[in-house]
Design a binder for this molecule. Structure first.
Ligand SMILES: CC(=O)SCCNC(=O)CCNC(=O)[C@H](O)C(C)(C)COP(=O)(O)OP(=O)(O)OC[C@H]1O[C@@H](n2cnc3c(N)ncnc32)[C@H](O)[C@@H]1OP(=O)(O)O
Ligand SMILES: O=C([O-])CC(=O)C(=O)O
Length: 375
């Protein structure tokens, strides 16, 4: 048996658990890169589909490749009738992340991955179908309508907004969705991606890897923080009230959702990008409360704890200004991160060994089983 070392820190922090060519997080001089490209440049200049292509195929597409890629993805947006029927049976009060998890799992029964040769096709199918899975369920259970799962929107972000709102989205909103989906696409060995890789290492199918990853992303310490941040900032009517409340929460040692990070120590590079777009959207809707409240929380957290907003914090107000219901915030993360998860599954499969660490045993000494009457 290989000699196992006991780790000093909880949460496997700082341990290298494998190799990746997909992404760097927090490396000096480059906060976040996807296959060598700074995420800020990608968010400024690309559509989400370009980034998905980069992650799946290794290079950015040229004009023709992108056009072909987008039109291929557009043909994969419709949901099978059997999946629509399952979605209609999920109660309106269910958590939408449970809907995404179920949607991924059911699609896996209807269109299974029969061979790893199909892996990219399955990943693209999931990516194209997720907005409809979310919106079909949401609109059926909340508005009583069976929406058309097809739209003529060119991008996935525009498609999602069109399905949700039932009308053509503005150019500004489509741009913000592209930015958001790019920022959330990939982040090395975060909890949900690691879940996907562990599942992949058993040679399981891609739907299982993605379904498990959705479960990990759902928690408020990970993807669920964007919704939790929204619930928090929405309570406050002014920056002064927000500041007072944050001081009280810190005094009580409450966690402030949307702040801090397991890897970044000074700032999250995604925050500076989404904050700018949240401000543009605040100006567009004439907001005088939510954005100033967010800034007050941001400033108070830095002043008091040197804690900074992570990717989730300003996503909350940005999504809200686009009329997106809070409970759909984390499912949007799924629509994006499925590209990162799938890319990691491909990478794991290309050089696989089952992921199976050891545990340090801290339980009772070995003992004898007493007959039941003597216990
Ligand atoms: C896309 C994403 O998934 S980004 C992450 C989204 N999650 C959140 O926003 C939830 C809020 N944040 C957190 O819970 C944490 O910062 C995490 C989970 C992101 C990172 O956790 P860790 O790496 O374990 O950080 P850790 O808990 O060691 O933080 C160090 C110290 O800062 C404190 N701290 C960290 N984040 C916060 C926070 N959001 N609010 C208040 N205090 C915090 C911790 O309590 C700890 O203090 P202590 O040393 O006095 O105990
Ligand atoms: O890396 C992490 O731990 C969490 C995160 O920011 C992400 O997954 O985007």
């Amino acid at each position: 048996m290989a000699e196992a070392k006991v780790l000093s820190g909880a949460g496997l922090r700082g341990q290298i658990a494998g190799q990746t060519a997909l992404c760097t997080v927090g490396k000096t001089g480059a906060g976040l890169t996807y296959r060598g490209y700074d995420v800020r440049d990608l968010a400024a200049d690309c559509d989400f589909e370009e980034v998905a292509y980069l992650l799946f195929y290794g290079e950015l597409p040229n004009t023709q490749q992108l056009a072909d890629y987008k039109s291929g993805l557009r043909t994969m947006r419709e949901l099978p009738q059997a999946l629509k029927e399952v979605l209609e049976r999920i109660p309106a009060g269910a958590h939408p992340m449970d809907v995404m998890r179920t949607g991924s799992s059911v699609l896996g029964t209807l269109e299974p991955e029969l061979s790893f040769d199909q892996q990219r096709e399955v990943a693209e199918r999931l990516m194209a179908a997720f907005p409809a899975i979310m919106c079909y369920w949401y609109r059926f259970t909340h508005d009583g309508v069976r929406i058309d799962c097809i739209s003529d929107e060119d991008t996935l972000g525009g498609h999602f907004l069109a399905l949700l709102h039932g009308k053509k989205p503005s150019d500004l909103h489509v741009k913000v969705m592209n930015v958001s989906l790019i920022l959330y696409a990939e982040h090395e060995f975060n909890a949900s991606t690691f879940t996907a890789r562990v599942c992949a290492s058993t040679l399981s199918d891609l739907y299982s890897c993605v379904t498990g990853a959705i479960g990990s992303l759902r928690g408020p310490l990970h993807g669920g923080a964007n919704e939790a941040a929204m619930d928090m900032i929405q309570q406050w009517k002014s920056p002064e009230e927000a500041r007072e409340a944050i001081l009280g929460m810190l005094e009580r040692k409450d966690k402030i959702m949307g702040f801090g990070h397991a890897i970044y120590s000074e700032s999250d590079p995604r925050n500076e990008v989404i904050k700018v777009w949240a401000k543009k959207l605040a100006d567009e809707v004439g907001d005088t409360v939510l954005y100033p409240v967010s800034v007050a929380v941001d400033e108070t957290m830095w002043e008091q704890k040197k804690l900074f907003p992570n990717a989730d914090f300003y996503h909350a107000s940005a999504y809200h200004f686009m009329g997106i219901p809070t409970k759909l915030f984390t499912p949007i993360f799924v629509c994006s991160r499925v590209t990162g998860w799938a890319s990691h599954v491909f990478e794991q499969r290309s050089n696989n060994r089952i992921i199976r660490p050891s545990a340090e045993y801290i339980g009772p000494e070995q003992r004898k089983v007493a007959p039941i009457g003597q216990r």
